[in-house]
Structures are given as C-alpha cells and as structure tokens.
Design a protein around this ligand. Sequence first.
Ligand code: FE
Length: 290
Amino acid sequence: MKARTLIKIFFGIDTADGDGVKLTRIIGSPQLNMLDPFLLLDCFASDQAQDYIGGFPEHPHRGIETVTYLLNGKMRHKDNAGNEGIIEPGGVQWMTAGRGILHSEMPEQEDGLLQGFQLWVNLPRSAKMTAPRYQEYAPDTIAVEHLAGGGSIKVIAGKTDLGTIGPVINDYVFPTYMDISLPAGSSFSQAITQGHNAFIYLLEGEVIIEGDNESQDIITSNDPQTLLAKTLGILSDGEQVKVTATKQGSRFLLIAGKPLNEPVARGGPFVMNTEAEIQQAFVDYQRGLF
Ligand code: FE
C-alpha cells in the first residue's frame, strides 16, 4: 500500500467572521482557496468572551454542507424551519444546506473556552438543490477506537482499518473525519481511498508523516515530513497514511473526501457551479424563498 507523503503545509490567516468571532481560516484563504471537495476550514479557540460572544447571527447557506465539531464550549443553532439544538463539547453537526437554510450559530456561554472547527464540504451539482437535512451526533454517540499503543481514534465519518465506523452518512464525497490522539513515540496508519483528497490538521504536538517517498511533488524544505501544531498538511495521493508522534503526544484531525471535479462559483455563504446560480441564490434569499 502506497503511503501518502506530506506535500504542502498551511498556517491559515487570522480573521473574523459572523459578528466578530475571531478565527483562523485555513481552507478558503488566499493561500489555500479550496481542497476539493473542501471549501473552507475555520478553527476557533479562545477563552476570551469578546472573541466569540457575537456568534454567527442569522445567515443563509446554499449548495454546501457545513460541519461543526466542537471540542470545548457549547453552541446553539436555530433555523428558519424550526430546528434548534445545542452542540455539546465533542459533538458534531453535519448540516446539508442544500437548496437553502437560514440559521444562526451562537455561543451558549458567556465565558470560558470555546474551541472547535467548521468545515464546508461542497455538494455535487446533482445535490445542490436537495432538501436541507441535519445529522447531529452527541459526543457519546460517536465511536472511539483505542489503539494498542495508547492512542485513540474518534471516528466522525469513515471507517478505521480495524472496522470502527463513524456515524455520518454521506454518499456525495464519502468523507473521512477522524480525531486522533497519539502518545509520544506511537504510530498510527489508516487506509484512505486512492484519489480522495486528504489533509491533517495538527492540534497539538508534532508528527512525522511516513510517506513512500517516490512522489515528485514532495515539498522541499529541510524537514519535509514533519508537521507542527496549528498547521494543516496536505497529503499526496496514495492508499494510506502513516503518522508517528514525536517526543510529544499529538492530536490531529484526519479529513479526506472524494473530489467533485466540478466548476465552483462562490458567493459568500452560497457555493454553486455557475455565477448565474449564485445570482439566483441572492434573488431567492431576498425574496424570502429560503
Ligand atoms: Fe452557518
């Protein structure tokens, strides 16, 4: 099995979105516009209320799925179809916006740490106007596999090599979304479907990606296969990934999905295939059709 190598590293940019929520945008930034099918990855982490208290007041989406994974703190979501709920620490909301949803995402706390991720996954042309749908999973409903070396894999989407299956169902891009913890010196390997785009976002520690080094597109820094905390590493194509934590214990997200290979037209919270469809989304939104 050919092991994927690390081909590019991104730090993201510090910015704000919603009503002044401070975040680091890693995908959807000038440096990394997208990694098909992933359109955006925001990381937020602050224990200062002013960095998050404004939240994300009511706003629309069309043509995409938004995936919220909270590590610390709570968020309340509410939409115009009457759906409402709280995402708890360790919980996941996989929202298929489809033809349109109008929702708010607000912190359910006035102090303390709020930390998590929002990932945007593109929908194929055939599903951009599908009916909106939620997949919501409380922390205790998400499978965790314990590794022989002391680490663990929390499986939000996809299937581990030992057969642990994540709860998210998605036949558009067949995603992998795993939250992996490794003690210092321990290793982990995971099959990833060849042809799927894949990346690792390192939350803590330092890891080495042990790729089969035949790839031409390997990055050319001094220490090309080491990934540091708070960085995103894009993996080359291949059949699996092998990761070793160095001196420190490490925690990282492993995310992969099937590229759609379709034209992408962006208009803020709307992502369609053509400019005309983006214009239509704005018209439909203004007419109150969401
Ligand atoms: Fe949203």
